[in-house]
Design a protein around this ligand. Structure first.
Ligand SMILES: *Cc1c(COP(=O)(O)O)cnc(C)c1O
Length: 332
């Protein structure tokens, strides 16, 4: 498979018209006052299934041939890709099997089943999920749809940034969450024509900076599964195809700590009334932590998803509060 181009992102946008939500771009006076920048938040937490992943999945499944449609699709995913494949498959009348870790967030497994997919669980520690999926491909003739290492997925993910540039015009910076790199690669393609001088940064969890290391090394670096609250970015390695695009075009890959993600979750929920999952906050947290001169700049941020149990959301904020309080007491 050859990597997609800007034209493929535009074609994907055509397939998604009327199917994906054209998500809003929001501003925040407080965010702008605090930084001196003009922020543009692309709200993919308000996308169908609560994350941009619907874009890639629908774009890929649309292009299945007759036999592929009849036999069905299999995906392995901790969550948002699973829901995206499940919903897109149902919309297109394609059977879907999702292979998930048994400790995946309940909100995600319930939603995936709710979209009519068959869910098969595996043990993160003992089982090899790729082998499970391969066996299903062999025994049932299913087509495996990977979450990021696929041209149609990358092109679909790029439509979020395409819409952002169409709506607000060129930007100085764009900050994009990074797991396997599909969203970043697609965003880079969108920017290549939509905003050619825009510096596009990926942001990954500080606990697992494999993408940053890969960019520095000029080749893919694999790390152990990082321990972070950003469960959508716990990848060990960027995808090969995303990396081809990222190493040519990305300004850099930055990181954000879990504490910075929680700060961003608090700001986005309290000030902007947006529920954004930890992974979805990587772009904003990374922008603030970057040390880049944001003053006077037009800064795009992709809020990539909003799927989180609200009890967990509340607990993360409460834990951060109590840590801040005990630190205050320590200083007194
Ligand atoms: C999957 C996901 C990401 C990472 O996307 P990649 O294409 O794997 O880099 C970021 N945010 C959310 C909410 C996701 O679901």
């Amino acid at each position: 498979m050859t990597p997609p181009t800007h034209a493929d992102v535009v074609a994907a946008a055509g397939r998604l018209a009327g199917q994906a939500n054209k998500t809003p771009v929001l501003n925040s006076r407080t965010a702008d006052q605090e930084s001196g920048a003009s922020f543009f938040f692309k709200c993919e937490n308000l996308q169908r299934v609560g994350a941009f992943k619907f874009r890639g999945a629908f774009n890929a499944l649309c292009q299945f041939n007759e036999a592929q449609r009849r036999h069905g699709v299999v995906a392995f995913s901790t969550g948002n890709h699973a829901q995206a494949v499940a919903l897109s498959a149902r919309m297109l009348g394609i059977p879907a099997v999702i292979v998930m870790p048994h400790d995946a967030p309940r909100i995600k497994t319930t939603a995936t089943r709710g979209y009519g997919a068959e869910v098969i669980f595996y043990d993160r520690v003992q089982d090899d999920r790729e082998k499970i999926a391969d066996d299903l491909v062999g025994s049932r003739g299913l087509t495996l749809l990977p979450p990021y290492d696929h041209a149609d997925i990358i092109a679909g993910q790029g439509t979020a940034a395409l819409e952002l540039f169409d709506e607000v015009g060129p930007l100085d910076y764009l900050f994009v969450p990074v797991g396997g790199g599909g969203l970043l690669a697609g965003s880079l393609l969108a920017a290549s024509i939509g905003s050619a001088s825009c510096k596009v940064f990926g942001v990954e969890p500080a606990a697992g900076n494999d993408g940053q290391q890969s960019l520095r090394a000029g080749q893919l670096v694999r790390i152990p599964t990082p321990a972070t609250i950003a469960d959508g970015a716990q990848t060990q390695c960027l995808g090969k195809m995303p990396f081809q695009i990222i190493k040519e075009r990305a300004a850099d890959i930055l990181t954000a700590t879990d504490a910075q993600l929680v700060d961003a979750m608090r700001f986005l929920s309290e000030r902007m009334k947006l529920i954004v999952e930890p992974t979805g906050c990587l772009g904003y947290a990374g922008a603030l932590a970057s040390g880049l001169p944001l003053r006077g700049k037009r800064v795009g941020v992709i809020l990539s998803g909003g799927n989180i149990d609200l009890a967990v959301f509340g607990r993360l904020l409460a834990e951060a509060d109590s840590q801040a309080n005990s630190a205050d007491r320590g200083n007194n």
